[in-house]
Design a protein around this ligand. Structure first.
Ligand code: PRP
Length: 209
């Protein structure tokens, strides 16, 4: 297993992911679970953010401390990544949110980019790409291509469930990108769905499909 692949072993992640997969889980609960899982995985993904030493005055004395030195961009891939933003944003309220619209053509399974309003110059040093599902890896690879072209050097992918095929594609194209996942599933079926997976993460969040 690559050093850049982090699959959570946390009991809460395992518990919540099981509820998320359950076909009887309703949209509202599904959205809550996506938010909570994103928070837990985002916490791990931001563990190595650069800090500067910062002396803080307590009511009693000066104490040594730290402040964040890096600007973080949260980059949800529309649509399904949207539900992963709020939890992570609450933990790091200084983060910027940059949306990328990428959908997967259902026949070719190739990513189609349809929305990107990134400014010319990068405004952050670290980006967390947010998308619950890493299936063929095409969408995530396209997102990393876009962010690297924008000029961001440190890019991490935060997902929930990945297929081995998607991990292989993304890590081959971008070996420097770290992956934070809740689980690696068995395989992709003939329609490009992760098995056992959880179905369509966008449809289950937004009540469509
Ligand atoms: C899903 C998912 C990923 C992508 C993964 O999005 O949220 O973005 O497919 O597939 P890949 O790894 O094979 O590229 P989808 O295309 O269903 O769009 P949606 O979120 O708008 O429903």
């Amino acid at each position: 297993m690559s050093d850049n692949l982090h699959v959570s072993d946390h009991a809460l992640v395992k518990h919540k992911l099981t509820l998320l997969r359950d076909t009887t889980t309703e949209h509202k609960k599904f959205r809550e679970l996506i938010r909570e899982l994103a928070m837990l995985l985002g916490y791990e993904a931001m563990a190595d953010l650069k800090l500067a030493e910062y002396a803080v005055k307590t009511p009693l004395a000066e104490a040594p401390g730290y402040i964040l030195q890096e600007d973080v961009g949260l980059v949800p891939i529309l649509r399904a990544g949207l539900g992963m933003v709020d939890g992570i944003h609450e933990m790091n309220p200084g983060a910027q949110v940059w949306h990328l619209g990428i959908y997967r053509d259902e026949h070719t399974l190739r990513p189609v980019s349809y929305y990107n309003k990134l400014p010319v110059e990068p405004t952050v040093q670290v980006c967390l790409i947010l998308d619950p599902m890493l299936a063929t890896g095409g969408s995530a690879t396209a997102a990393v291509d876009i962010l690297k072209a924008w000029g961001v050097k440190r890019i991490k992918f935060v997902g929930l469930i990945a297929a081995p095929e998607g991990i292989k594609t993304l890590t081959k194209a971008h070996p420097d990108v770290q992956l934070y996942l809740a689980a690696v599933d068995d395989h992709l079926n003939e329609y490009g769905f992760i098995v056992p997976g959880l179905g369509d993460a966008g449809d289950r969040q937004f009540g469509t499909g």
